[in-house]
Design a protein around this ligand. Structure first.
Ligand code: ZN
Ligand code: ZN
Length: 137
């Protein structure tokens, strides 16, 4: 896999360049991810903040997570695509909301684990042999 790789939001206003491999990629089944992804889970890549560059405009929205941490979300003001989440008290990493079709080559970003399976939709079957966590590890 050659880095950097590029990605964009759905309308193309916002683009990004990822300079190194994500630290980890999860399929997150929590109800918040179901809402934002309009699918049973979101594919979330944990990335060192200094390994990614964004070009374009992002708006911000935040909420308090069940853990009590602030969870801020960045999204494209034009098409509304959610791009990444971060904890304003820990700026060392971001949680990039990977849209497989938003990356030029997302084939290497298969999730290594499924998290928040306690909130998983009953009709979705996790692939055999995948590592699972009831909540966030
Ligand atoms: Zn957009
Ligand atoms: Zn989630």
């Amino acid at each position: 896999m050659e880095y950097p790789i590029e990605g964009s939001c759905q309308c193309g206003q916002l683009t990004y360049k990822l300079h190194e491999k994500p630290m980890v990629v999860w399929a997150c089944h929590c109800t918040e991810c179901q809402k934002l992804s309009t699918s049973p889970f979101s594919v979330t890549a944990i990335i060192a903040s200094n390994a990614i560059e964004f070009t374009g405009k992002l708006n911000e929205w935040s909420r308090t997570a069940d853990s009590g941490n602030r969870n801020s979300a960045k999204f494209c003001p034009t098409c509304g695509n959610r791009v990444y989440h971060y904890n304003p008290e820990d700026l060392s990493t971001i949680k990039l909301k990977l849209k497989p079709s938003g990356l030029l080559d997302a084939t290497h970003f298969e999730p290594s684990a499924h998290v928040w399976v306690s909130e998983k939709l009953s009709w979705y079957q996790i692939p055999n042999g995948a590592e699972t966590f009831e909540k966030q590890p």
